[in-house]
Design a protein around this ligand. Structure first.
Ligand SMILES: NC(=O)c1ccc[n+]([C@@H]2O[C@H](COP(=O)([O-])OP(=O)(O)OC[C@H]3O[C@@H](n4cnc5c(N)ncnc54)[C@H](OP(=O)(O)O)[C@@H]3O)[C@@H](O)[C@H]2O)c1
Length: 255
């Protein structure tokens, strides 16, 4: 382990089997954290857990559907059973099942997007805060991933954008209500990042160029460029920061 900004902290990362979640779990492990890894498929989580163990860290992979409240409760119960406590929560898993004009989205896709991206994040926050209160914790940190799609119009991804705007709202109100308990709540709003989630844009030259042309740094980002912000927001380096959305988009929203 190179340094210890998260030494011995137990951190739950959802959507940890690939992309930004995987990069975040690895970055947190390098900073000394113990990781609880959640996503739907155990197989992907085991691969990430192996990488963390090779770094000398500890990881517990737990297959969890973040749209199911019972599964979310079980995730927290098992994490506590294994490590005795949870210090921080990264709400990162999300769903975006529909790409097209907002008005035509099937109701089932609308419901799924809200179930995972909004209700799932909220349920995880509820479980985490209950846990902190039960053990009389003196501090806590939640980092929710939103998106630039929650800050601006999100053509062809309108309902997804609505859920990300809801995540920003949830972040601000939780920060307000939990600040007195020294529980910090922040959000990250990435622009286009090269992951499977964004592959329909990153690997389509027309769509990618449309985004890159509006981006001062003239490129898309990599998961590690988001992971480093997660580590900052989880660590004490950001101890006076709460209720904020950190935009990491190559400057796109500055144009
Ligand atoms: N990539 C971008 O350009 C971009 C931009 C802005 C915001 N974001 C946000 O970044 C976050 C991570 O996305 P990514 O780009 O890293 O995507 P990714 O590489 O496709 O990873 C998505 C992760 O979420 C998990 N997941 C999906 N549905 C789930 C569910 N119902 N329950 C639990 N886990 C679930 C996936 O694993 P399983 O398949 O095993 O469940 C996977 O680990 C998302 O919240 C996304 O909205 C991404």
């Amino acid at each position: 382990m190179s340094s210890a900004r998260l030494q011995d902290r137990v951190v739950i990362v959802t959507g940890a089997s690939r992309g930004i979640g995987e990069a975040t779990a690895l970055a947190a492990a390098r900073e000394g954290a113990t990781l609880v890894l959640a996503s739907r498929k155990q197989e992907g989580l085991e691969l990430v857990a192996d990488k963390i163990r090779k770094l000398g860290g500890k990881a517990l992979p737990l297959a969890t559907h973040m749209g199911e409240p019972t599964a979310i409760a079980e995730l927290f119960a098992k994490a506590c059973e294994s490590f005795g406590r949870i210090d921080a929560l990264v709400n990162n898993a999300a769903s975006n099942p529909y790409f097209g004009p907002m008005i035509d989205i099937p109701e089932s896709a609308f419901d799924k997007t809200f179930e995972i991206n909004v209700k799932g994040y909220f349920q995880a926050c509820v479980q985490y805060v209950r846990h902190l209160r039960e053990r009389g914790a003196k501090a806590g940190s939640i980092v929710n991933i939103a998106s630039v799609a929650g800050l601006r119009s999100a053509p062809m991804q309108g309902v997804y954008g609505m859920t990300k705007a809801a995540v920003i709202s949830m972040t601000q109100t939780l920060a307000y209500e939990l600040g007195g308990s020294n529980i910090r709540v922040n959000a990250i709003c990435p622009g286009l990042i090269e992951t499977r989630f964004a592959s329909a844009i990153v690997h389509n030259p027309t769509l990618r160029d449309m985004v890159v042309k509006r981006t001062p740094l003239a490129r898309h980002g990599q998961p590690e460029e988001i992971a480093s912000a997660y580590v900052y927001l989880l660590s004490d380096e950001s101890s006076f920061m709460t209720g904020q959305e950190m935009v990491i988009d190559g400057g796109m929203t500055a144009t």
